[in-house]
Design a protein around this ligand. Structure first.
Ligand SMILES: [Zn+2]
Ligand SMILES: [Zn+2]
Ligand SMILES: [Zn+2]
Length: 316
């Protein structure tokens, strides 16, 4: 069954896509100006959008594509699919009223870019064309589902596999920056696993002697009269506090003794080390690698915008 085509405001032809998404089939680009996803299966929608993004024909990968707000509830569980970042976002029903300037801008850009010759594997240029056609910067999105916590969904959708998509996507942006096609604006600094680039890390104190992280914090007591300092455990005698050095009972905090600080006690049976300065160990939840903070990769997070050079090169 052919997918429905509607004529909307300003004569914009919209094609409602449903069955072709089940089959991951790209419709004819010339039949409509925009595509509206009319399919509630989040995974299939994602696969379809990825096929569009990876398509060679600018008329396909630049096509304005919208999701419908009414179907949002079906996608809700699959936030990690980043559906709205892989297309032009949501519209209510088929109401494009407030999107008309945006759509017109894209359609004009597509007309201009129609003549552009693309080498098949020039992903950087493809992305430059896309962001030019949207008049948008390449923004990152923060998400606990993203490998490092920060992702560029559309860039990463050009590659398979989370780890490769992360690495190749970052490399592509870096090449764009180095070749003066992208200008980058600093946004944040992030520390990620040196092995897998995950940002899902557990930091905890470690014993400097045996590297155990099962530690106990113990309160120090300082007996004024004899100047003895030891952990509270050493002073406890039943209900009372008694100094192990001079055998006097400690009665009033601040008068005959104080608590100058805390120390760590290692609960590893064969260690039992007491120490003030623990090491910090970092455990990667994603790949289970243990590392020190200084071993983590430091990644700077940027937004990217097209340079004038990039725009000039599109048409040359
Ligand atoms: Zn220890
Ligand atoms: Zn004492
Ligand atoms: Zn890791």
């Amino acid at each position: 069954m052919p997918e429905r085509i509607l004529t909307l405001e300003n004569g914009i032809r919209a094609q409602l896509l449903d069955e072709c998404i089940d089959r991951n089939e790209i419709p004819d680009a010339d039949s409509a100006d925009i595509w509206i996803i009319n399919n509630e299966k989040a995974w299939e929608v994602r696969e379809f959008l990825i096929s569009v993004i990876r398509h060679r024909d600018p008329k396909i990968f630049l096509k304005p594509i919208f999701l419908q707000k009414d179907l949002k509830k079906f996608y809700k569980e699959y936030k990690n699919y980043n559906l709205k970042y892989l297309c032009d976002g949501y519209i209510q029903n088929v109401n494009i009223q407030n999107k008309i300037p945006y759509i017109s801008f894209i359609l004009n850009a597509i007309k201009k870019l129609n003549e552009v010759v693309l080498q098949e594997d020039n992903l950087l240029k493809k992305n430059i064309l896309y962001y030019y056609s949207r008049n948008k910067n390449i923004e990152f999105y923060e998400s606990s589902d993203a490998l490092s916590g920060y992702s560029y969904p559309r860039i990463e959708a050009c590659y398979d596999g989370t780890i490769d998509a992360y690495a190749n996507g970052r490399t592509l942006l870096y090449i764009g920056y180095k070749s003066d096609l992208l200008r980058r604006n600093y946004a944040d600094t992030s520390h990620i696993c040196h092995k897998c680039n995950s940002g899902f890390l557990n930091y905890r104190e470690e014993c400097p002697k045996c590297r155990e992280h099962n530690l106990q914090v113990r309160v120090l007591i300082h007996h004024f009269r004899c100047a003895h300092v030891a952990t509270e455990q050493n002073f406890v005698k039943g209900e009372k506090l008694v100094c192990p050095k001079c055998s006097m009972e400690l009665k009033n905090l601040g008068v005959d003794y104080d608590k100058p600080g805390k120390i760590f006690y290692c609960l590893n049976d064969i260690c039992g080390n007491e120490f003030q300065k623990p090491l910090i160990g970092v455990h990667c939840i994603n790949c289970k690698t243990e590392q020190t903070p200084s071993e983590l990769n430091v990644e700077k997070i940027y937004t990217y915008e097209l340079t004038q050079k990039a725009i000039n090169e599109i048409f040359n």
